[in-house]
Design a protein around this ligand. Structure first.
Ligand SMILES: Cc1ncc(COP(=O)(O)O)c(C=O)c1O
Length: 391
């Protein structure tokens, strides 16, 4: 792979993402090989909506969760056949568009969505399958962009839903529940505790509201370690789900996996612009930072970074090019004699990378995207300067 990367560095001379989609496809196939027919996995498009990723998922029999009109369009264009939709902002127009595009299950996150979708389904003369999204009281301290223990706009609390008479929504078919409010869980025992507690509350709610729990969607959250090479084996998570299915007599369990699907297969490369000592601290300033890769600023966890050579290392504080202290990419062990013009490699950046970044601030360039599939390197996007998008 290092020859491919060297060639891309020479061709682009600017920051870029590289995705190993052969590795990604092998990962999908290994998941597929052990999946029980009642455990269904959807891809969370928000993790990385690159069209080639979506088409590979589709070819391997996976559907996708879309959470915006843009993701819907992207998934449809990439040929994804099976779609579901989550997300707190669904206008009447968007709900109608989801139905017109045959999104099979729509996750309902508010009473407004329930009313608007029922109306849209009535107007189209169809019944729409839906899941009701629950937001539980949550005590986990694990850090998540979903808000962890805070009150969030994702779904409603069981007590908020309880007042609602679901039978009045005659154009909707409530096939189950959705509950997801944790993030990046690496430990199988912790996952089991979270799922057990969640499922037990969902089952109670379904019983109270007379919902036939055909589907229980537990969202995402399977972890990827950014600190070390520790991995959560898919087989452990799968085994827990089968145990839960048995314990609670569930029919189908769904997951919407983002990070666990694609994170490991993404690599981001950027150039060192400056190296300096500031009040006793070694600082590296890079061409790309949170303008290409915002996650370190969002969850205060950096990606693993290495230089492109072996050396004697020392600790540097790595910063991107934006004029804000937020553009901090973590403290990392890098060569003592690191020089401007050298390149840095950020690993495990396949999920929540390119489209989660904040590229417009300060009018820096957009980074490139290239991938390897069936042994061939394809440039999906060459790096662009700000002239391409500034008005
Ligand atoms: C509704 C929903 N499903 C799935 C995911 C994917 O989560 P992960 O990347 O942890 O698998 C997210 C992430 O925010 C989400 O909001």
């Amino acid at each position: 792979m290092s020859e491919i990367i060297q060639k891309l560095i020479e061709d682009f001379d600017s920051s870029f993402y590289f995705y190993d989609l052969d590795g990604f496809e092998a990962h999908l196939k290994s998941i597929k090989a052990e999946l029980h027919p009642d455990i269904k996995i959807w891809y969370a498009t928000k993790a990385n909506p690159l069209s080639k990723i979506l088409s590979i998922l589709n070819e391997n029999g996976f559907g996708a969760d879309v959470a915006s009109l843009g993701e819907l369009h992207q998934a449809k264009t990439a040929g994804v056949k099976n779609l579901i939709s989550t997300g707190p902002a669904k206008s009447p127009k968007y709900l109608k568009t989801l139905m017109e595009n045959n999104v099979s299950t729509i996750i309902i996150e508010s009473i407004q969505q329930l009313q608007d979708l029922n109306q849209a389904a009535g107007n189209l003369g169809r019944r729409q399958d839906v899941l009701i999204r629950l937001q539980l009281d949550w005590s986990s301290s694990s850090k998540s962009v979903l808000g962890g223990s805070g009150i969030t706009p994702f779904g409603l609390h069981p007590l908020d839903w309880e007042k609602e008479n679901f039978t009045q929504y005659t154009h909707l078919n409530i096939i189950g529940l959705h509950c997801f409010q944790w993030g990046n869980i690496l430990d199988a025992a912790e996952l089991k505790k979270i799922w057990d507690q969640t499922i037990s509350e969902c089952v109670n709610f379904a019983h109270k509201k007379n919902i036939n729990l055909k589907v229980l969607d537990l969202g995402g959250g399977l972890g990827v370690s950014y600190k070390d090479d520790k991995k959560l084996p898919f087989s452990s998570a799968h085994e827990i789900l089968l145990e839960m299915k048995e314990k609670y007599s569930l029919q189908e369990i769904w997951l919407e996996l983002g990070r666990f699907s694609i994170a490991e297969y993404g690599h981001y490369f950027t150039k060192v612009i400056d190296v300096k000592n500031v009040r006793g601290k070694k600082i590296v300033v890079t061409e790309g930072g949170i303008n290409h890769l915002a996650r370190p600023a969002l969850v205060s966890e950096s990606f693993p970074i290495s230089a492109m050579r072996t050396s004697v290392d020392t600790t540097y504080s790595v910063h991107g090019p934006l004029c804000t202290a937020l553009d901090y990419l973590g403290d990392h062990e890098l060569p003592l004699d690191l020089k401007p013009g050298e390149w840095l490699h950020f690993k495990k950046t396949g999920a929540y990378g390119f489209t989660e970044s904040m590229p417009y601030f300060l009018c820096h360039g957009l980074c490139g995207e290239a991938y390897l599939h069936h042994g061939k390197v394809v440039v999906a996007r060459s790096p662009e300067t700000s002239e391409s998008w500034m008005k």
